[in-house]
Write a protein that binds this ligand. Structure first.
Ligand SMILES: C[S@@+](CC[C@H](N)C(=O)[O-])C[C@H]1O[C@@H](n2cnc3c(N)ncnc32)[C@H](O)[C@@H]1O
Length: 202
């Protein structure tokens, strides 16, 4: 089904009541891919995980359940989403196990090597300069760490349902090339993980 422009705009940067409503729908629509991304990360209980583009915060919540001795940081450009995700993860934030901030893939406000693992699902389409932002992610992930990227490739049958100037889909090969230039090598690939593809990178 074709996505109306205003819904695509909201998905790229949710705002207000409409943004929250769309995020609730999104959390159901993207749950399979996000759950598969968490599995692919192979989380240990003491991992330090970064999620970029947390939206509703459901994946942060699920990750925090697994990281009993670890830590999850989540960033999103949308203040509406950080508030929504903050409410959902209020207890873990109070306990110091989760940290949610307004922030962008273009400038991740954490020190070098701050994380053992990271994920970004259905968000790279909206990044202004994905090549530079992937290098910024490489900076904050330890050299032996793992990064899982979840995305719809440009060739997918449903990619044409989304306005192309908002959802800037790339092909799998274009992404792998960008990732390699940023210092990430493909470790595992799941072309159909439920409404999207996954790349696990080192
Ligand atoms: C389609 S939603 C996906 C949310 C969640 N990852 C999921 O899979 O359900 C995209 C999210 O990425 C956020 N976003 C867009 N550009 C971003 C950027 N450059 N840095 C961080 N977050 C960004 C949006 O605000 C939105 O919350």
């Amino acid at each position: 089904m074709r996505r109306p422009r205003f819904i695509a705009q909201q998905s790229s940067h949710p705002k207000g009541l409409m943004g929250r409503a769309i995020a609730r729908i999104m959390s159901r629509e993207t749950s399979r891919l996000n759950d598969a991304a968490l599995d692919l990360l192979d989380l240990r209980d003491d991992d330090r995980l970064l999620e970029v583009g947390i939206g509703h915060g459901r994946t942060v919540e699920k990750a925090a359940e697994r990281l009993t001795n670890g830590y999850v940081a989540g960033i999103d450009v949308s203040a509406e989403m950080t508030r929504m995700a903050g409410r959902r993860n209020a207890d873990a934030i109070r306990d110091g196990r989760v940290d949610i901030r307004v922030g962008s893939s273009s400038h991740v406000e954490f020190p070098d090597d701050a994380f053992t693992k990271a994920l970004a699902v259905h968000t790279i389409y909206f990044w202004e300069d994905p090549s530079t932002d992937l290098a910024e992610l490489r900076r904050v992930i330890r050299p032996e760490g793992r990064f899982v990227l979840g995305f719809t490739p440009s060739g997918a049958s449903h990619a044409g349902h989304f306005p192309g100037d908002i959802y800037r889909f790339a092909s799998r090969d274009e992404l792998v090339e960008m990732l390699a230039a940023a210092g990430f090598d493909v470790e595992t690939e799941v072309p159909d993980a439920g409404a999207g593809a996954l790349l696990s990178l080192r």
